[in-house]
Every structure is written in C-alpha cells, then in structure tokens.
Design a protein around this ligand. Sequence first.
Ligand SMILES: C[S@@+](CC[C@H](N)C(=O)[O-])C[C@H]1O[C@@H](n2cnc3c(N)ncnc32)[C@H](O)[C@@H]1O
Length: 322
Amino acid sequence: MARSYEDYIEYLNDTIQIPNEQPYLAIDLFAGCGGLSLGFEAAGINTIGYEMVEDCCLSYRHNLHSECHQEKITTETPFPQVDIIIGGPPCQPFSRRGKQTGKDDERNGFPAFIEAVRRIHPQIWVCENVKGLPEQNKEYFDSIMEQFRSLGYEVEYQVFQIVKYDVPQNRERLVIVGHHGGFQFPLPRDYKITAGEALGALAFEIPENAAFLTPAMDEYIAKYEAASKCKNPRDLHLDRPARTLTCRNLAGATSDMHRIKLPDGRRRRITVREAARLQSFPDWFEFCGSEESQYTQIGNAVPPLFAYALAQQVIEYLKGVK
Ligand SMILES: C[S@@+](CC[C@H](N)C(=O)[O-])C[C@H]1O[C@@H](n2cnc3c(N)ncnc32)[C@H](O)[C@@H]1O
C-alpha cells in the first residue's frame, strides 16, 4: 500500500463500506457503538448487536443499518440461532487499570458469552478482550478456555499488535476464537501507518470548538517532563503511530489526554473525528450522544480495520466448512 494521507483515507473509506450482499449473520454481544460489527459487516457478515448503553445503540443503528437491541445481557438473555458469535465482554474487571476483581465482578461478561455459545453452538465464535487476561488472571483465563473447550471447540488465542493491521495506533488486544478446525488468524502487514498519514491536514487545524489544555495542565506536563527527563512527550507525534486510545485518555480531562501540540506551543485535545481516524473509523461514521459519550465509544471500540481482517478469516473458515 502506498504511504500518503490521500491513499490511506481512500483505502479506509473504500474498505470500510457496508456491501449490499451479506451472506452471513452474526450476533455481537456487548456491541458498543459497533466497531467490531462494522469490520464484520464490511467483510460481508450482517450483524445484530446487543448493548445496554443507549448512545452506543443509537450510533450502531445509525451507521450499521442493522438492529442493536438495547438490553443488559445476562446468562438468561435469548438470542437468535446464528453461525457466528462475536463480542467483547466488558474488560474493566480484567484491565490493568481496573481493580482486577476478575471473575467475581458482576460486570464480568464471560459467563453470558459462554452461555450464549453453549446454547447457540455457532460454527465459529470470536471474543476480544484486554491483552493482560491470560497472564494477570491466569487461573480464571484457564477456566474460561476449559469451559469453551468443553463445549466442543478448538480454542485458540493470540495477542495482536493492532498497528500491524493498518490501524495508526499502538494498541494490543487479545482475541480468542473457537472453531471446529481450520481457522487461521490474519497475518500482520510489514508496514505501519503513522498518525500523520491518518490525520493529514486535520492535525494542523484549529476547529471552532477546539479544547485547549488549561495552563495548569500545561504546567503539570512541563514539570512531569522535566522531572522524568522525558524523551518522548506524550503529545501526538505525526511521524509515528499514536499511543493507545482509551476511554480515560480520550473522555477524561486528565494531563494524560491525547493532544496535539500546535506550532505556537499550545496543546489542543484531539477531536472526536481525529480520535475516530486513529481507530480506523471511516469519516462517514457518526457517533451519537454527548462529546464525552462519543469519546468513550471510540476508546472502547475494536478498530474496524482490524475487525475487518479478522472477519475475512472467519469467512475463509466458513467457506471451508460449508
Ligand atoms: C469494550 S466495549 C465493546 C466495544 C465494541 N466491541 C466495539 O467494537 O465498539 C464493551 C461494551 O459492553 C457494554 N456492556 C457492559 N456490560 C453489559 C451488559 N451486561 N449488557 C449489555 N452491554 C453491556 C458496555 O456498555 C460497552 O459498550
């Protein structure tokens, strides 16, 4: 792939489109705004989302043109019979930033995901989560794998560096897949897209509603950088991929927030559109809800281009099965 802003945006907008023909059907559990679903839809897999937050459901329906049921998923939730289950059970219980209460946390979505697999018994299921799960919660992770295997699946997992799948961001995620033999994970590309290639001119603009960091935040950052002899200030560097986008560093007004340093020295928070680009959402995707809610939806999402790479492998697998 050629390396210019125009090329990247053209590639993104051409690839992440929803085709008229979608020969497969999946349910997406804990669907968020639909980042994971969007990549699957672009590859030709129609999706039905299940998600409890209204703004997420609104974004999902607005962009994906498919149903997103607004409900709190439990082990009792009824689902339709499908060949594919995808989803990202809530990861707060397991993330490094969370308290790691793990399996006993009532927000743990794995019991409901496993129960859905048990009842529906799809041809294949794909579960996305935080990269630290296998090591930091080894005992619980092993028990999840055992439960999935006891349902009659070959279960494999891999930690992915998302930057190797056309996403201009250093982000690592765990993907667990259950299948009946023959599924292969997508292969990494041998190039990386930079933040500058994804943002183009946006990075130098000052939008009308630009949010600048407060003087107190600037002062904190200056002190922190001096004290830590910081070689890599946490401002966005256009010549490399962005650091990981999270709900916290997008939606929260912290000194860690994603920001661009302008030539005049001021730092402005990255916009919703810029954050979406760094997560590989095409420009036609519109997020619903308040600005904070939109940042949260983006920070939580699976980057659609990475989801697309996974979905293509799911389709290859299903072609082999049928
Ligand atoms: C990591 S996000 C999913 C992101 C999504 N896969 C994407 O690519 O956009 C997890 C989502 O699960 C939702 N959620 C958490 N617990 C839930 C439950 N019990 N029922 C339904 N949705 C839930 C949260 O609101 C959040 O949007």
